[in-house]
Design a protein around this ligand. Structure first.
Ligand code: AMP
Ligand code: MG
Length: 340
């Protein structure tokens, strides 16, 4: 799930020079980092040119992602998301503002990508359970049933007097925020870092890379992209970004082999089957990681031709990796990139 990420060597050299000039001022450390397993993935945060980070500060930094995990992880029976799913077709559930905001965002974006991304896909993802120990090939009747339980308009969200509620109107409906929660949590973490006065950081949320860079002069960050065709951790090409995010989705991220056939974890909401088209992976460069997370999953569902049209219509920056081993780059003219 992790992408290889690194900075230009020149960046490191500059940092060393700057810190030695600080002289009598309070010592700033070149880099301090921490990695934890949250949201079913590896979450790393590296803070640059900052005073020594205390245990308390690290706890503050990891608070948003732990909170998102506790609220919307569908594998956690106590999460608010599990409660909404449990009471589908029965009653509404009171939720936190964080869950409400994330659900509202995801519902709205689903419409923007013409349904390629749909958070009411939970009945289908549970049916397939791709990447889990009990992955299996469902029957056609089960798939039809799963498709019938995917209805975005039957997800009701309501707020009143600073209290928030969600309801799934039909029994058997189920929410899955797996395609957007990492990006959302990553954005909240970036906000928290800013709030704490951190001006330069690299976040890696299981493939969602984010840069926070408010120091002057801002640096160029060279982000390596995993090739869908090489060993995990082996970068294939790079893009240079500033205070931005690079989010990738792909058939190599999570999959299961059932009866000798490889099935990936992204489900096509129009067929009910795991995506199987001409795309192997996509990377999206954006300002907002939650949005990039929605787009990367959606582009995978769309397939080559629709993805190209969508990228061009929205003026997105993205790289499409095709199954035949080729790739196509849709980047701003001045965006430095290359193969490795
Ligand atoms: P990502 O790695 O961001 O592309 O998200 C993939 C995860 O999102 C899967 O593991 C499922 O939990 C969930 N998912 C699968 N297909 C879809 C879809 N079409 N729309 C929304 N979520 C999905
Ligand atoms: Mg996604």
């Amino acid at each position: 799930m992790r992408k290889f990420s690194f900075m230009l060597p020149i960046f490191l050299i500059l940092i060393l020079l700057l810190s030695s000039c600080e002289g009598a001022k309070k010592a700033k450390l070149e880099v301090q980092d921490r990695t934890e397993f949250v949201l079913n993935t590896i979450i790393s945060v590296a803070v640059y040119e900052s005073e020594e980070m205390t245990e308390g500060l690290w706890n503050d930094i990891y608070k948003p992602v732990r909170e998102v995990d506790a609220l919307v992880n569908r594998f956690n029976r106590d999460s608010e998301l599990s409660k909404i799913n449990e009471y589908a077709g029965k009653c509404e559930v009171e939720i936190s503002k964080t869950t409400y905001d994330l659900l509202s965002f995801a519902k709205e974006k689903s419409q923007e990508v013409n349904g390629a991304f749909n958070i009411t896909i939970g009945a289908l993802t549970s049916l397939w359970n791709i990447g889990g120990e009990e992955a299996r090939l469902p029957s056609e009747a089960e798939i039809r049933d799963g498709l019938a339980k995917m209805k975005l308009d039957k997800l009701l969200l309501r707020s009143e007097d600073n209290r928030y509620y969600a309801e799934l109107k039909e029994e058997g409906m189920s929410l899955d925020l797996g395609a957007v929660a990492k990006g959302y949590a990553a954005e909240l973490t970036k906000l928290k870092l800013r709030e704490l006065g951190v001006q330069r950081a690299l976040l890696d949320f299981g493939g969602n890379i984010l840069i926070l860079d408010e120091l002057e002069p801002a640096k160029d960050w060279k982000i390596g992209l995993q090739s869908p065709f090489k060993e995990r951790g082996e970068a294939f090409m790079y893009v240079v970004v500033g205070d931005e995010t690079v989010v990738s989705s792909g058939d190599y991220e999570r999959f299961s082999i059932i009866n000798g056939v490889k099935y990936q974890h992204i489900i096509n909401p129009f067929t009910g089957y795991p995506v199987d088209n001409d795309l192997s992976g996509v990377s999206v460069i954006e300002e907002n990681s939650a949005l990039a997370d929605v787009y990367s999953t959606s582009l995978m569902v769309m397939g080559k031709e629709k993805a190209r049209e969508f990228i061009e219509a929205k003026k997105l920056e993205a790289i499409l990796f095709y199954k035949d081993g080729s790739h196509e780059v849709f980047l701003k003219e001045n965006r430095e990139n290359g193969t490795l």
